[in-house]
Design a protein around this ligand. Structure first.
Ligand code: SAM
Length: 194
């Protein structure tokens, strides 16, 4: 039995509609999985993104006496607000380590827009697998649990005299050299090995 031209045309339209539908479903699945990974990944490996208020960032940097002689590393740098301000207003060289790729991208755009490429850099990575040896100041806004896990790494990698400034969460077992309880800022200094 031979099929008429309109029947063949209808058949091919239905099959191309089916292909298009399959492509849309595939695209949507990829999109949903991508968003889920993006949202869940930082939660899985550590703290969520809760930015430090801008006025606290400024206080934090003054509190740690950050200046042009410093190399600052922000562990979990979020949208880059600490590293950008450290460079822009305090003259420091500043590095961020951030697990969330979108925030790394946002930070890179901000660095570029402010023309701070020579002074500021952000690395997409896990700070538990990073090296902080170059830092004279480390800024941290994470959690008590993460601070606990970071302690040994900081003690092993930072030079004596390096400052660690934390917002909201203390380092249990370390004696702060300066405290601002009303803002919840804590400054520590790495001691020389005995
Ligand atoms: C509370 S936010 C602080 C962001 C920024 N430092 C600020 O003060 O605005 C914590 C950030 O740390 C990031 N983070 C958590 N665990 C991490 C890890 N192991 N390595 C790199 N970044 C991490 C999160 O994605 C989030 O952006």
């Amino acid at each position: 039995m031979s099929l008429s031209a309109p029947t063949l045309l209808l058949g091919s339209s239905i099959s191309s509609l089916g292909t298009m539908f399959a492509k849309i479903v595939l695209l949507l699945s990829v999109l949903i999985i991508g968003v889920a990974v993006w949202v869940l990944w930082p939660i899985l490996i550590g703290a969520q993104w809760i930015p430090t208020p801008k006025d606290v960032v400024r206080k934090m940097l003054s509190f740690a006496d950050v200046g042009p002689q410093d190399t600052l590393i922000d562990l979990g740098s979020g949208d880059g607000r600490i590293i950008l301000l450290a460079a822009q207003e305090f003259g420091a060289s500043a590095f961020g380590i951030e697990a969330d790729p979108l925030r790394v991208l946002i930070t890179r755009v901000r660095i570029r827009l402010k023309g701070l490429e020579d002074q500021v850099e952000v690395i997409w990575g896990n700070f538990f697998k990073s090296d902080f040896r170059a830092a004279s100041v480390v800024t941290i806004y994470q959690s008590t649990e993460i601070n606990k896990k970071l302690k040994q790494q900081l003690e092993e990698q930072l030079h004596p005299g390096a400052r660690v400034v934390t917002y909201s969460f203390i380092f249990e077992g370390w004696e702060p050299v300066k405290v601002d309880e009303s803002t919840k800022l804590y400054l520590y200094e790495i001691k020389s090995a005995k």
